[in-house]
Ligand binder design. Structure first.
Ligand SMILES: [Zn+2]
Length: 212
């Protein structure tokens, strides 16, 4: 997967930088968070008037975001963009229910990196219960998250092996699909180009309209 700034990626996917009302951060690893520095400053620089932005994430999100923006653009731009976007940060724990842009959502504690709080989410919109694992190993909480979702975006970092630590492998994903036959799986964070029978394999700029 290429790591292009979100200021390029989002418009290419047909989403204006001005559009997102909320960002949900699963955990603080760079491939899941560094894009938000581009989104925040890009939105401020390209749009005179911008709707407020809410950020949802694990405990510590406020200080993580401050440090990230200081590192990326400096303290002055951090203050400026924070104010212009009326940025509000909501720190969540596993089990917390919250609302994102009018949709009901819930955080699940995922097992991924031992020193970080890691979350997965469900969000309900237009009758679709969409789940997202973030990065996760197998756990009872992940099982509960899949059970609460009729569409599930999950990772599959390892293709050949059973899984290993920190991430899911093909056998894990296939096991989840077997145990939750009414859930449609969309697989991202892929370690190879292999496909999984019955699942949608995500790729850059893939657009899906739910329900599938
Ligand atoms: Zn990670």
């Amino acid at each position: 997967m290429r790591r292009i700034p979100l200021t390029v990626h989002l418009p290419k996917a047909g989403v204006s930088l001005d559009e997102p009302r909320a960002v949900m951060l699963s955990h603080f690893h760079a491939d899941h968070t560094f894009g938000i520095a581009w989104l925040i400053l890009g939105r401020v620089l390209h749009h005179e008037e911008s709707p407020p932005l809410k950020v949802f994430g694990p405990t510590g999100t406020t200080s993580y975001l401050e440090r990230l923006l200081d590192f990326a653009w400096g303290e002055e731009m951090r203050h400026y963009s924070w104010e212009r976007l009326q940025l509000t940060v909501h720190e969540l724990s596993g089990g917390d229910a919250f609302e994102v842009d009018g949709s009901r959502a819930r955080a699940y504690r995922m097992r991924h990196a031992s020193r970080l709080d890691c979350l997965g989410f469900t969000m309900v919109r237009d009758g679709v219960r969409l789940g997202y694992s973030g990065d996760a190993e197998m756990s009872d909480e992940l099982e509960a998250l899949v059970a609460a979702s009729d569409h599930m975006i999950t990772e599959m970092t390892y293709d050949e092996e059973a899984g290993g630590s920190m991430h899911l492998g093909r056998k894990d994903v296939e096991g989840l699909m077997e145990r939750h036959p009414s859930t449609r799986f969309i697989i991202t964070h892929r370690g190879s180009n292999g496909s999984v029978s019955g699942a949608v394999m995500a790729r850059d700029f893939l657009t899906l309209h739910l329900p599938l």
